[in-house]
Each structure stands twice: as C-alpha cells, then as structure tokens.
Design a binder for this molecule. Sequence first.
Ligand code: 3HC
Length: 719
Amino acid sequence: MGRGTTEMEVGGDGVAVIIINNPPVNALSVDVLFSLKENYEQAIKRDDVKAIVLTGAKGRFSGGFDINAFQKGTSKEVKPGFISIDFLTDSVEGANKPSVAAIDGLALGGGLEVAMACHGRICTSTAQLGLPELQLGIIPGMGGTQRLPRLVGLSKSLEMMLLSKPVKGEEAHSLGLVDAIVSPKELVKVARSWALDIAEYRRPWVRSLYRTDKLEPLGEAKEILKFARLQAQKQSTNLEHPLVCIDCIEEGIVSGPRAGLWKEVDSSKMLQSSQTSKNLVHFFFAQRATSKVSGVTDIGLVPRKVRKVAIVGGGLMGSGIATALILSKYSVILKEVSEKFLQAGIGRVRANLQSRIKKGKMTEESYEKTLSLLTGVLDYEQFRDVDLVIEAVIENVSLKQQIFADLERYCPPACILATNTSTIDLNLVGEKTTSQDRIVGAHFFSPAHIMPLLEIVRTQRTSAQVVLDLLDVAKKIHKTPIVVGNCTGFAVNRMFFPYTQAALLLVDRGLDVYQIDRAITRFGMPMGPFRLADLVGFGVAVATALQYLQSFPERCYKSMLIPLMLEDKRIGEAARKGFYQYDDKRKASPDPEIKKYVEQSRNMAGGIQDPKLMKLTDKDIVEMVFFPVVNEACRVLDERIALKASDLDIASIMGMGFPHYRGGIMFWADSLGANYVSSRLEDWSKMYGEFFKPCAYLVERANKGESLGAQVDLAKSRL
Ligand SMILES: C[C@H](O)CC(=O)SCCNC(=O)CCNC(=O)[C@H](O)C(C)(C)COP(=O)(O)OP(=O)(O)OC[C@H]1O[C@@H](n2cnc3c(N)ncnc32)[C@H](O)[C@@H]1OP(=O)(O)O
C-alpha cells in the first residue's frame, strides 16, 4: 500500500490547486513526491492551467520528508539530485508557470523546502515554518541550505537551521520568508489570485535560488560562517552534521547556488547513513512511542478530565510539581503541616515562576494569573473535590502510609492517588488502604518544573484507567511519560545505580576522580558521576545506596569513599565541598584535599591497584562506567519493569542526561553489539568481581545474536 498521495483540481480561473494528502502531518513520502511530480507535469502540460497553488490537506502544509523512510528505507530507488535538482529546481522553480505555496499549520523540513521552490508563499499567522533536519542528524536535503539564506539572510537562516528552530507566520512574514499573512479561510483564495498575478506579470516572478539581495557581502558572510562554526563546535561537540550544514551553505555562497545544491545532495546521502542520524531518528520515534502503552492506550478507554490537583508536601519536589501544574493551568492545592513550611513551599513556587520572568519566558501579568491557581492549606478539608493527589513528602514509609490512609478518607472515591516516591514499593505505601487500584507512582525528576521526564509507576493492581489519566496529565504538562513497573528504584534510578558505583570501583582501584568525570563529560553527559554525586548530596547518595544494598546485595560495590567524606561533613555542593570545591558562583574546581579520602578508601578496599587500569583510554572508562548500567537495564527489561527497550533509551536521555545523539543507553549498546558488551563485562567480572557479571538476559541475547532492543515477550509481563 502506498504512503500518501497528492490530488489536483483545476479551477475555471486557470489555477491548478495541488493538495498534499498524507495524514497526520502530510509527510513527503516517496509516493507523495512522485505523485506531486506527476501532477506538476500535468499542470505544466495542460493549456487550461496558467498557474499552480500547492497546499496541504486538513490545515497542515507538510511536516517534511517522511522520517519513516530513514528507518525502513523506501520502495523506490531515487537517484541523487532527482528531487532537489531535477524536480524542485528545474521543473517547479524553473517552470514557465508560477507556483504559490498556501501554508497553514506547518511547513517543516522538506515541506518548507518545497514551498521555497515556489515563486510565492502565503501563510496563516499560526503556521510554523522551519528547517529542523539537524535534530535528526541530517541537513536540509531539498535545497534548504541554499534557499533559506537567500530568503532571510545568512545569520537568521543559520539560527533556524542550527537550532532546528521554526518561526511563526508573523515572524516569517517580517523576515521575508512569506509574502503575505491571511486567515485560514482566505488562504487558498488569496494564493490563487497571487499565482495569477505572477503569471500575468502583476507581481514579480521570483526564483529564490538566484536571489542575492538578502545575502551579506562575501567578506562579511565568511566571518558569520566562521563564527557559526566556532559556536557549533562548542555547543555540539561530538557532532559532525552542523559543520557539514555550514559547509554546504558556504559552498553555495562561494561557488554559486547550483554547486551548493550538489554539495547538499552528496552530504545528505552521507549523513543519512551515519550512526548519529540513526540514533536521532530512533530518539524521535522512541519519544513518541512512550505514550503508546499496551493494555492501556489500545483498549478503547478515554482519559478522565483532571481539573483540580492536590499536592501533599511543599518541599523541593512538591513545589516543583506544583509549578509544573499551574503552568499548565491546573488548579492546585498545596498542603503542608505548618504555616512556616507552607509559606516556604509557596515561596519556592514563586521563585520558580520569577526565574521564568528573568529568562523572558513569562510576563508579570501571567505570573499573577498563574500564581492565583495555587492555594495553600494546612488540612485535608479542601481535598473533597480533587481529581488527583500527588504525595511528595520525605521518603518515610510509615508517614506515607498514614497520608494515604487519610487521603482515602477525604478524597472522592474516584480520585487518583499518586506518590512521588523515587524508591519505595508502592504496595507498601498503600498497605493501609483498600484503594490499590487507584494508587500509582508519579515520579518526577528534580527540578520537577524543568526536567522533561515523568516516570509513571503501576503495580499489578493499578487500573489501566488511572495510568491513562496520568498519561494525559503528563502530556498536558509537557512531560514525556514512561510507564514502568514497581520495584526498588523503578526503572530510571535502578538502571543508573551502577553508574556511580562503577566510578567508585575504578577510583578504589587506582583511577583519578577527575579523569573519570572528564571522560564521561567528553562522551556527552552533562556531568560525570562525581560531579553528579556532589549535586545530589552525599546524604541522599548513601541512603539510596543502602536501599540498593538491601535489594540487590550480590551486585553492589561497597566503596567507603563517600561515607568517609561524609564523616568529615563534606556533603557535596550544598556545603561547597564534595569531590569538588565550589566558589560563590557554584563553579566547581578539583580539590587536592580529596586525595586523603581516596587513599583511605583504597586502603580499606584492600589496596589493590591494577596497573592495567592506569592505562585506560577514555573509551574504556566510558564502557566500564556504562556497561554495568546497560546490564541493569537488561534486568529491568527481563523483569518487565519496562516493556520496551526504547522506553529505557528515553529514560536515560531525559532522566539522566545520556546524550540523545547516541540514541539512549540500549540503542547505544546495540550499536556496539550485545556480544561485545557481554564479553567485556564477563572479562571484567573475572578481574574485578560480581559487580560486572553480565545478567542472563544480556548473555542470552548476545549468544543468539539478537539486539537488546528487540521486543521482549510481553506474555511474561508482571504488569
Ligand atoms: C529532505 C528533507 O530536508 C528532510 C526532512 O524533511 S526530514 C523531516 C523534517 N521534519 C521534521 O523534523 C518534523 C518532525 N515532526 C515534528 O517535529 C512534529 O511531529 C510535528 C511538529 C510535525 C507535529 O507535532 P505534534 O502535532 O505534536 O504530533 P507528533 O506526535 O509529533 O506527530 C504526529 C505523528 O506524525 C508523525 N510524524 C511527524 N512528522 C513526521 C515526518 N516528517 N515523517 C513521518 N512521520 C511524521 C509522528 O511520528 C507521529 O506519529 P504517531 O502518531 O504514529 O506517533
């Protein structure tokens, strides 16, 4: 079956309207592009056609080239340059009949590139126009690197491409990217008469590719490109495609737009088969797949409306969650135990909003309006009509049990009862209630109003309806949800607990703390394990480590390094002293004093330093720190705590900052090969103990030559 088509209607006015039709976003599949080409040929041939209007069905021009084709390939072989040069440049832009693009909704990537090959563009004020290809590890491949700079100037086009940042209709108009803004109702009508005006020489016949009026003089252009290269190298270390994009733009400016088009064609082909592009395309689909949950979103249920939310606990997490909710227009009640704590909680919400004002993301007026959605309370009286409660108090089982028993008494019987615990078994939390079907985990990551991930934890008794309702709330507060099962640490924290432990093991065996952090940040993590431990605080680190020690004693590495530092009141960034020392501006710098703790810890670990470890490359360090994480992720899948490896990819990226351009933890492991990961772990386990022992799931997949990302058997699911 084909993927999409175009339809053509020729009106009595001599205008052929060609409509792109490929729901939901009118993506340009190869089928759509071939159909478009056929209709163009017809329109050019027919004597009753004077001009052409190109538009998209159902209020969306086009979301760009069909990204599925990057993963699955296409049914037809297309020769290089066929779409960009033969069709768009020579047949559409070079035609003797003018085309006008009528843009509503979105014109992204290939969608905007097709529109830029037209001789005029009309759009609605809400339309989004942009070239976001770089977010997929590729560059615009249908002339975008050549035409966008010629329409909006070099600086703005670089910003739009390098940041994958679209512009809205009004801005597109003031930039000169579109010629007029009209209402959706008028769109096609105005485009028709615009096209006729061009055909009859009442308006200029503009071929964007040959315009030079917006381009800066050569010397200035070269300076702008030089600066852009420096910026790209700084902001996108490890990435090649932003630099390739700049090279293509430069080629067009220096050697002419046709040479630029050919360089773009060749570079696009090369980048499409790069590992980075595969990783980023995987990330695109994996992110969308998280909200498709088998047994929840495919059984005909409809999410219930959540209007009013109560939060118990106004600490760092509770106030962050409250901020996220009021920002999405939920009415929120914040409960604390005393006036003092309540005011502190509300103060934190205020500060979160104020910081948005400082960053220009919020006006004073919307600040007041948003804050008016928050009510502080000291008892449960106002909980009688809430639709959702999120408990966010300290990690104390009996306190949580008491709170849930109270919630059961005060909240309506259908109210969703969620806990923000990051480790405690949900069955334990709800032990003193009879409401197990509506108890669910809503695990936010700190700071909750900023971090994009929401881990939704369900027990075997949580109802599908409750999970669906929370998925809907997640969407409304712009969080990416992953639905996981119930166990110590759930999916995200559990998967990452070996991260710090591996780093500690390496230090006990002779490696330098800062060398490890450097290798991990060069790999693309926002910070290394030791800098992260400082940020989280040693108190939390030790408490969490104890929980894992209780749950998974056989594979915990017990280093004394953090407890030793804790004894001396080095507790991390909060005290300005952890693995690093911190100045007034919270800038971290290595601290020579930690040497003594390291020595002590090494002695307590038996003083075994391994000369082999002294010669580790960055790559080895990265693998020794992350392969234990992959190993734990495999266990999480094997136990069906997560149902899809791609959910763990998203969790690693959005919860832990794993570089998205590496595709996420499991996709990255698969790019190296399950067999490689398993055999390296096996070797290390012989040298350094059980901590590295590959789990049965990993060994089995490695032996069978299967990828770690291949679907698990859902029949065994515990959810
Ligand atoms: C040669 C060229 O230069 C190369 C290119 O054009 S590459 C493509 C460039 N285009 C892009 O990067 C745009 C990617 N898409 C997006 O940013 C967003 O999907 C959007 C802004 C278009 C719509 O966002 P939103 O309304 O929130 O819906 P969203 O859930 O993201 O997408 C709806 C569906 O359309 C699909 N989709 C979106 N863009 C697509 C595309 N270009 N190709 C194929 N499918 C696409 C999504 O996968 C999703 O499918 P699903 O329902 O099965 O999960």
